[in-house]
Design a protein around this ligand. Structure first.
Ligand code: PAF
Length: 286
């Protein structure tokens, strides 16, 4: 496994790889969710490149950029064991030698939910992902479904900007009690960790009720909200995954996504589940 920190060297080493390249962009502090992305890339591509870069552009001024877990030695060991070809781990000055003048700004897809709660976040994500795709020129790139809105924006970025890389959506990996794996879970105290699965419990209730044919999203969310305590809600919503706008009514026969963010103490958790609404004749009319 090559460990590279400079863009020029990355380009040279990537150019020397024969066959399809799969890219897994990460911010490090790797867990089994990242390992699953790498394993999928390994199965589907001749070569795998993983990037580790805690991107300052996607953190707000009051967010956890300086605190974000950094575990380069453990990450390298894990990636070596997974058969990764190249790890690209640049310093911020390599990726952003100057504050960028040209940035990628998602519009409608980044308006609500994460985009509303974290102003500038998706601009930072889209800009860095475009830079990483340009640097690595992969045939395939792998992203987790846990960050559903990010994934929708990256898929749209590839479409709108004529990027040839195929974007793959990979299933969320969960703990036995349902908590979605996240690098930020290390922040949780024992009590917070115990409460953290309440977020997925609330989302499961949304999935069940919409799946049973209830169409009033506002009422369904009000019921699901009861499951969150002691977590503090940031938002709960139901969206069409191609739009990421809050829905008040669930249309029949549609694939939707129930999304949520909640605080366990100071730690912000996000999660989502896909829901299929039944055909019109099975919808509950109240
Ligand atoms: O999901 C992440 O880890 C980051 O947002 C990403 C895609 C690596 C961009 O910094």
């Amino acid at each position: 496994m090559e460990f590279v920190t400079q863009l020029g060297e990355l380009r040279d080493r990537r150019a020397a790889l024969p066959g399809a390249v799969g890219l897994v962009p990460t911010m490090g502090a790797l867990h089994q969710g990242h390992a699953a992305l790498v394993e999928q890339a390994r199965r589907e591509c001749a070569h795998v490149v993983v990037t580790i870069f805690v991107n300052p552009l996607q953190f707000g001024p009051s967010e956890d950029f300086t605190r974000y877990p950094r575990r380069m030695e453990e990450d390298r060991e894990l990636l070596e064991g997974l058969g990764v070809d190249i790890v690209f781990a640049p310093e911020a000055t390599e990726m952003f030698p100057q504050p960028p003048d040209i940035i990628v700004e998602p519009a409608a897809l980044g308006r609500y939910f994460e985009g509303d709660r974290r102003p500038g976040h998706f601009r930072g994500v889209a800009t860095v992902v475009l830079k990483l795709l340009n640097a690595v020129q992969p045939e395939h790139a792998y992203f987790g479904q846990k960050d559903a809105q990010q994934l929708a924006i990256i898929q749209r970025l590839a479409f709108d900007l004529n990027i040839a890389t195929k974007i793959h959506a990979c299933a969320t990996v969960r703990e036995a009690d349902g908590l979605a794996l996240s690098s930020r879970n290390v922040y949780l105290s024992e009590t917070e960790r115990h409460a953290a699965p309440n977020l997925v419990a609330a989302l499961r209730e949304v999935v069940t009720r919409l799946g049973e044919g209830e169409s009033d999203v506002t009422r369904v969310l009000a019921g699901a909200r009861q499951r969150l305590a002691p977590l503090r809600e940031d938002y709960l919503g139901v969206v069409d995954p191609a739009k990421f706008e809050p829905l008040r009514t669930a249309p029949p026969g549609t694939t939707l996504v129930a999304i949520g963010a909640a605080f366990a103490g100071a730690t912000r958790l996000i999660d989502n589940l896909t829901v299929q609404t039944p055909a019109e004749r099975e919808m509950v009319k109240r």
